[in-house]
Design a protein around this ligand. Structure first.
Ligand code: BGC
Length: 746
């Protein structure tokens, strides 16, 4: 039987039952019609399958399995193949464990480094988040397992996470907070979406018709189903009416009866309930059809986890001390060298039977160890620091493992500050004073202040790198592998520099996204602010050159595709991976735009001396901004720079092209519309040009008496004048103005 047939045979009660879960993790079965129950589980960087009592906070036991690097690490690989590998590994594990859907990936934008779940999110940039997410979704779903992108939308903090209202202007919503989800829908073809706990612009996401129907289904053409975040439901009937399908968790308190009542009382249309039941049924039936028999080799998965962890690491500083040499005596210092922090807390927490520390992985090498600090305390221990200094003194190189302890970042709570524990800062300073070859390995899911950065020789960011992170770290430190990760989030100098600082986390239930589109590097670059490390930054043990940047046309319309090609060459003496970043800059614009925006990227492996050619195809979206006046993407005609860089601050090659926008902006004209605004209106601009023509002589007189630049000033002044004022200035009568407005609006 197909879905439509089944739907016809379902009673009202059964349809409502399908729309809320059976228990914490499963959908309801309808035995009468042979519809089974299917299971969904948390991920996204491992399988958190709970066979006993369920919970959404990472408290109760789940099956012992493999933990992969978390999303903030994964994004730093900037490598779609890494996501593909992970998606396949998790998909096969879900099949083996009889799980139909994995709850992830998390696609929210990193608005502030304080968000407690930043480790679960990819980037401050929507292109990176979207591309990494889409690759993971495609691979996972090719194994027959549904992805469930979360948390839709504007769920960018943990404070007030279940109650807050994110107030975001329309342009910002479309340019920053929605595109990653859009890519997950259009390119990833995700079968599931989880609506967020919070509200957006006055309506909870579970009941937000603008998000769930107008944008998700009507604009993006989404065909999957929408599940609530766990316990997010407020008004059940309103949620179904807005486009939400499944309530989770289910169980005795789920609200199926409310739906039946709402339909009977005429408060909810049966058609809306049918639609939701059909979406849930489609998911269940497809899961059954996609069911495969798999066995899982967890050791092979651990090897994948180690490989991925290596691809994600970012070398932030290196004065040449790295890679280490086998013959060197190395002091491994810090609790994290022995017990690495490799995952975050909360619903994504994976039950790992054992993990590999750097200390274990370095066995057999010339190393000594000192604990250095206690992860359960922030205060210095003179004794631990003294021991570490003694060890560092005896060694050729001191490698300190530091970063954020568990208590510093978790789901459910935002960070209080951006600092590392003070006892770790003290330790690093003390060791760096005694040993000039001091290396710091960092663990953590987000940005940290690094007050000792100038005192150390090298810094390697291992993120929350999964349960094999210790082995990956040793491979990278000793040059078995070459670091190739880049930052998917700007490291600002201080928390106070962050664009959301004055509006995070908001108050009285409201979060104003007042910084608008200027999130992450879009802000820091616009303000030309000093940052510790820019977006896209990352070093390697080799060097790369970017040459011969070319475009297939010098001028195009926004309906054309521009092919951009560049040669990248390994100019060093080790094999390594270059990250080619393509940014687009609107050279001149009448609306506020960031200096540049990342429009594509490619990771390329190169042997010493090897050269490869990389190509990108840019379409309208690469040049457009979201224009609320036409509720669509809009290209303002003019010059655009195509820039290739190895970070948002280091552009190595550029070319300009002329792009002509083909959309005509038409909007309502009133007496208060300025002459400048009229210039953007198809008929208005004709009127302005005629008017300007007749005033040219007068301008020339004025500008010659005012000197250089006067013409521009006069034009600016005129562009700020509302057309209504032309009456006061005696340029036209009130009747003429009225008829002009009518003509223009017609
Ligand atoms: C989290 C989700 C998670 C769900 C189920 C919620 O608290 O926000 O990300 O998938 O619980 O555990």
């Amino acid at each position: 039987m197909d879905t439509k047939e089944i739907l016809k045979n379902l009673t009202l009660e059964e349809k409502a039952a399908l729309c809320s879960g059976r228990d914490f993790w499963k959908t309801k079965a309808i035995d009468r019609l042979g519809i089974p129950s299917v299971m969904m589980c948390d991920g996204p960087h491992g399988l958190r399958k709970q066979e006993g009592e369920g919970d959404h906070l990472g408290i109760n036991e789940s099956i012992p399995t493999v933990c992969y690097p978390s999303a903030s690490a994964l994004a730093s690989s900037f490598d779609r193949e890494v996501m593909t590998k992970l998606g396949h590994a998790l998909g096969r594990e879900c099949q083996a464990e009889d799980v139909a859907m994995l709850l992830g990936p998390g696609m929210n934008i990193k608005r502030s480094p304080l968000c407690g779940r930043n480790f679960e999110y990819f980037s401050e940039d929507p292109k990176v988040a979207g591309e990494m997410g889409a690759a993971y979704i495609q691979a996972l779903q090719s194994e027959g397992i549904a992805a469930c992108v979360k948390h839709f939308a504007c769920n960018n903090q943990e404070t007030m996470r279940m109650t807050g209202d994110s107030r975001v202007d329309e342009r910002t919503l479309h340019e920053i907070y929605l595109p990653a989800f859009e890519t997950a829908v259009k390119k990833g073809k995700t079968r599931g979406i989880m609506s967020a706990y919070n509200g957006v612009n006055g309506s909870f996401c579970t009941e937000n018709k603008t998000l769930l129907t107008d944008i998700l289904r009507d604009k993006w053409g989404y065909e999957g189903f929408v599940v609530t975040d766990w316990g997010a439901i407020k008004d059940r009937a309103a949620s179904v009416a807005a486009g939400l399908d499944l309530e989770m968790p289910g169980g005795p308190n789920a609200t199926g009866e409310e739906l039946v009542k709402a339909v009977r009382e005429g408060k909810l249309s049966e058609e809306a309930l049918n639609r939701s039941a059909e979406n849930v049924l489609n998911f269940i039936l497809a899961s059954i059809a996609n069911k495969k028999t798999e066995t899982i080799d967890r050791d092979a998965c651990r090897a994948v986890s180690r490989e991925i962890s290596e691809e994600c690491a970012v070398l932030l500083k290196n004065n040449g001390v790295l890679p280490l040499k086998e013959e060197q005596k190395v002091a491994l210092i810090g609790e994290f060298a022995k017990t690495p922090r490799f995952q975050g807390g909360g619903s994504s927490h994976i039950n790992v039977p054992y993990s590999v520390s750097a200390l274990e992985a370095a066995e057999g090498k010339n190393i000594i160890f000192a604990q250095g600090y206690d992860t359960h305390s922030d205060t210095d221990s003179d004794k631990l620091i003294e021991e570490a200094v003694i060890a560092a003194e005896k060694a050729d190189v001191a490698v300190i493992f530091a970063g954020l302890p568990d208590a510093y970042e978790t789901e459910g709570a935002d960070r209080d500050h951006m600092r590392m524990p003070e006892n770790q800062n003290e330790l690093i300073r003390a060791v760096a004073k005694i040993n000039p070859n001091t290396v710091v390995v960092l663990h953590g899911g987000s940005v940290m202040e690094l007050p000792w950065l100038n005192e150390v020789s090298a810094v390697l960011l291992m993120h929350l790198g999964g349960d094999q992170v210790g082995a990956a770290t040793v491979d990278l430190l000793y040059g078995e592998k070459n670091p190739s990760g880049h930052l998917a989030e700007t490291w600002s100098v201080r928390l106070e520099d962050n664009p959301s600082y004055l509006n995070f986390p908001g108050e009285e239930g409201v979060v104003n996204y007042a910084e608008g589109i200027f999130v992450g590097y879009r802000y820091y670059d616009k303000k030309k602010m000093d940052v510790t490390f820019p977006f896209g930054y990352g070093l390697s043990y080799t060097t790369f050159a970017y040459e011969n940047l070319r475009v297939d046309k010098e001028s195009l319309t926004d309906q054309d595709t521009l092919i951009v090609t560049v040669d990248v060459k390994n100019t060093g003496d080790r094999t390594g991976k270059a990250l080619v970043q393509l940014y687009v800059r609107d050279v001149e614009s009448t609306v506020r735009r960031p200096v540049r925006e990342l429009r594509d990227f490619a990771k390329v492996e190169l042997a010493p001396g090897e050269m490869k050619t990389v190509s990108f195809a840019l379409d309208k979206r690469a040049f457009a901004y979201y224009e609320p006046k036409c509720k669509d993407w809009f290209v303002e005609s003019g010059e655009f720079a195509i820039e290739i860089g190895d970070s948002s601050r280091n552009i190595l090659a550029d070319r300009t092209v002329q792009v002509e926008g083909t959309t005509v902006l038409s909007f309502e004209i009133t007496a208060n519309t300025t002459i400048g605004q009229l210039m953007k209106h198809p008929k208005g601009s004709v009127f302005v040009r005629q008017m300007l023509g007749s005033r040219m002589v007068a301008h020339e007189d004025m500008s010659s008496s005012m000197g250089e630049g006067a013409e521009r000033m006069i034009q600016k002044m005129m562009f700020e004048t509302p057309i209504g004022s032309l009456v006061s200035y005696g340029r036209m009568s009130a009747e003429q103005l009225k008829s002009l407005i009518e003509q223009l609006n017609n």
